[in-house]
Design a protein. Structure first.
Length: 287
């Protein structure tokens, strides 16, 4: 099937392109985005901004113009990715990288329209650094991480819900215990939530601390609960990654370099992709 010009353009500008030229193009886009992040960081140094402020803002204008054109071209070419052009464009628009691009571009042009100081849009350009996750070097790990999150979603939900409940309960109890003794530090339950968060995460800034014996006992129990509850998400993700890697090794087997055919008693041969480990189908139907 002959590719249309739009198909050829999408092959290169697709953010997830596995084409050689597409990957090179995405790396150039990442270099430009990284230069913007560096400019945002360096511009906060007053001496550097006084000397190179014009260059920083010039880079901003040029980058926004290029990213605006790139976004329009991608939006036009995205229709070639599926028979349903509208659905394909919708998938492109809701992609996290595209959302970041749209947000930065819209912020800049809106700020320019309402005469907001030009360089204030640098606050949002730091999000362009997220493009590093879209480079081909990290693409496989990113997909693995997504599969782990999907598989462990319910367990993570329980862990974070439990942690949130523990923060609220401990903060509420501390308010009633310490509120009358330290009305400035524990003036309300929302104010006490700050103490609850820093205590449960074992940060303990020391700006708000209980002084009564009962309050200190509650604080100690809260810290112990924080160690237990806030360690759960890490252990759940670690177990998920271990299971995912074990599954990948089981799928690829000894023939990972060329693709393998595995056979068990009473089961047909199955070929596995050497790159992603997904099943390529059964050959039993050809026998």
């Amino acid at each position: 099937m002959t590719q249309t010009p739009r198909d050829q353009v999408w092959t290169v500008v697709d953010p997830d392109s596995e084409n050689r030229w597409g990957e090179r193009f995405e790396r150039l886009v990442f270099v430009l985005a990284s230069a913007n992040v560096a400019a945002v960081v360096l511009s906060t140094v007053e001496s550097l901004y006084e000397r190179f402020g014009a260059y920083f803002e010039g880079l901003l204008v040029a980058s926004i113009a290029l990213f605006t054109c790139l976004y329009v071209v991608r939006l036009w070419a995205a229709g070639s990715a599926a028979p349903d052009a509208g659905r394909s464009r919708f998938a492109f628009v809701r992609d996290p990288i595209s959302v970041v691009d749209c947000f930065v571009i819209a912020t800049f042009w809106t700020g320019l329209l309402f005469e907001i100081r030009l360089f204030e849009s640098g606050l949002f350009r730091v999000f362009w650094l997220a493009r590093v996750l879209n480079l081909s070097w990290f693409r496989r790990s990113r997909r693995r991480f997504k599969r782990v999150l999907d598989a462990q979603r319910s367990d993570l939900g329980v862990a974070f819900t439990g942690a949130g409940m523990l923060v609220l309960v401990s903060s509420t109890l501390m308010y009633f215990v310490e509120g009358s003794v330290q009305p400035d530090a524990f003036s309300s339950i929302p104010e006490t939530l700050w103490w609850g968060v820093v205590t449960l995460t074992t940060v303990g800034y020391g700006d708000v601390v209980p002084v009564t014996p009962l309050g200190r006992l509650l604080g100690a129990a809260t810290m112990l609960g924080g160690v237990a509850f806030f360690a759960l998400p890490s252990s759940i993700l670690a177990a998920g990654f271990f299971a995912e890697r074990t599954g990948e090794q089981a799928r690829t087997g000894d023939g990972a370099q060329t693709g393998t055919q595995t056979q068990t008693a009473g089961r047909p041969n199955v070929q596995w992709c050497p790159h992603c480990g997904e099943s390529l189908g059964s050959e039993s139907s050809h026998g």
